[in-house]
Design a protein around this ligand. Sequence first.
Ligand SMILES: Cc1cc2nc3c(=O)[nH]c(=O)nc-3n(C[C@H](O)[C@H](O)[C@H](O)COP(=O)(O)O)c2cc1C
Length: 250
Amino acid sequence: MSSNNESIGKTLTVVVSLCLVCAIIVSFASVQLRPLQQANKTKDIQSNILSAAGISKVDDVFETFNTNIEARVVDMSTGEFVDTDPSTFDFEKSKYDAALSYSLKEKGIEDIAGIQRATTQAPVYISKKQDGSTDTIILPIQGYGLWGIMYGFLALESDGETVKSINFYKHNETPGLGGEIQNPQWTAKWEGKELPIQIVKGTAGSDEHKIDGLSGATLTSNGVEYAVDFWTGEHGFGPFLAKVREGALN
Ligand SMILES: Cc1cc2nc3c(=O)[nH]c(=O)nc-3n(C[C@H](O)[C@H](O)[C@H](O)COP(=O)(O)O)c2cc1C
């Protein structure tokens, strides 16, 4: 015969109480850890921007970023800086913000990067030389690979034409195939190349516009080429880069 403690009512009370306590602990931890998660995300992005600018092995990411990088937000259609706060501008999420974005399809713009929506503003990051002149212009880019959107940074020399570096900090490509977009041996091939970039199957040789494709990952390679094309083109940072080429940042 079951004792009182084994009654269905008591068992249910224990189960429900346990669920409630766990739910409260998880919610509390999630709320408490949110600022820490956001700080870590910002640190990660800043460290990628520093690395794109050629500043690596950094002890204090936040301080080095603030000392070396000028972050601004650009109006994509005019190429002019706007007053939007770059520190709170989320490049990944802004295309889902109706006030900041538009549907490429609805505007009849070819969606070469497979991103569906583009933004009317985006952040740019500028690293300076000792004498205060522009050293590197770092542009956030995103484009569809084989499995999802790849997010990264394209760094250009102050001429707005020559590639200094490219890096991807978030993607879903297959390790060993498309995932090789993060391989330093491949990204090193970008240094010194000139826009527009074409990623070719096999070996690009010394052509200043061509980069070797990733073997077994043509779809990802195409995705990278289209992402760079879109973000350096007229619906991306094209108008801003046109001003840079005229010497606006010097
Ligand atoms: C499990 C699996 C994962 C793959 N992952 C990728 C990938 O991340 N990127 C990519 O471009 N191709 C990937 N592929 C290969 C593509 O399906 C396609 O064959 C390839 O992009 C063609 O490139 P290639 O012409 O250089 O061989 C994958 C294939 C398989 C079976």
